[in-house]
Design a binder for this molecule. Sequence first.
Ligand code: PLP
Length: 418
Amino acid sequence: MEPCHYEGEALWIERACLTDIAAAVGTPCYVYSRAALEQNWLAFDAAFGDYPHQICYAVKANGSLAILDLLGRLGSGFDIVSGGELERVLYVGGDPSQVVFSGVGKSKAEIRRALQAGIKCLNLESDAELYRVDDVAEQLGLKAPIAIRINPDIDAKTHPYIATGLRDNKFGIAVEAAVETYRVACAMDHVEVLGVACHIGSQLIELSPFLNALERIIDFIFELQNEGIELTHLDLGGGLGIRYGDESPPLPREYIVALLEILHRRDCALPVSIEPGRSIVGNAGVLLTRVEYLKENAWRNFVVVDAAMNDLIRPALYQAWHDVLPVKRADGKHSKVYDIVGPVCESGDFLAKDRRLATAEGEVLAVGSAGAYGFVLSSNYNARPRAAEVMVDGDEFHLVRPRETFDQMLGHESRFPG
Ligand SMILES: *Cc1c(COP(=O)(O)O)cnc(C)c1O
């Protein structure tokens, strides 16, 4: 949990005390550090040096407008996977010419809107999508800038739900088949072939799958060159892992330097885009939750908190491990081993298991590394309003999304008419 530290008994994020934030905003509440967010983005940018590059933050990791706004101000581009994410980027004044659009199921309306907005590139994932994009572009009387997402058949060695670069996954076009797709694309009147894209998975904690994928993509680029097809950009996707517990993933700098070494050695000087999400925002945020009850039986001890799987689904969905820290450090003598569970009526509703803690009813806990795939995956399950979001900046904090109200939750619905 990098942006947080104890001063005496109290847990702080930058120069703001998390106890004060919980008291002012209530719980559950996501809290992000502007400094951590910006440092993480700048680490990628600096590592490229003067190599031509573009960092397209993956909006799906956390699409909070405040986060998009801050990253856009640094000059970030954006990787989107839906029309809704495009609207979010445009809403904060993000530069459409730095937007790449990924995803296997883009609708006609999404493609139309993206082309009209003037995005940089559609990353296509199937032959059927290529034909659709050519059609839509023809109707609009323009040429669609495209890349084709290659599936390099690389094992990302991550959780199966977030591995995307294997032949069995729904993503991308197999290398063996992709040359033919490029031939077809190059012959189309309303498509402009810019580049090649790949994204092999998320939360990768080793470099080798990234490097193997890059080698394979470079082979492929040379194969296209032999066919007379010249590309102008290379999009290497996101996926760099973060430290949740005892992982030691490569640093952004190590990752980029290793990529640049391969590009240099293979004599490939194409401009590179990357699409990091988790590695920018994951360790820039925590989820604050208050203890409702301590509950013990003969077999287990439970801390029942006011955040649940509808607020942070990663433990339930991916068996993910998140650190849990008391916002006010208590006397360790009274610690016990607990499961930290929410109020939702599912046995899968836990935030952490088997943690030694000293806590009590009314205390606030911070769930670490919650900035990525946290709020964005939240829902109203059990008719629970969605959490508040706060952005800390030095010693100030800003409520960037108030807690959802019951009126907002019910207001779009109607009773049965008649
Ligand atoms: C999810 C996704 C990303 C971001 O992945 P992280 O692991 O959060 O860095 C980047 N590109 C594509 C195409 C994605 O689907």
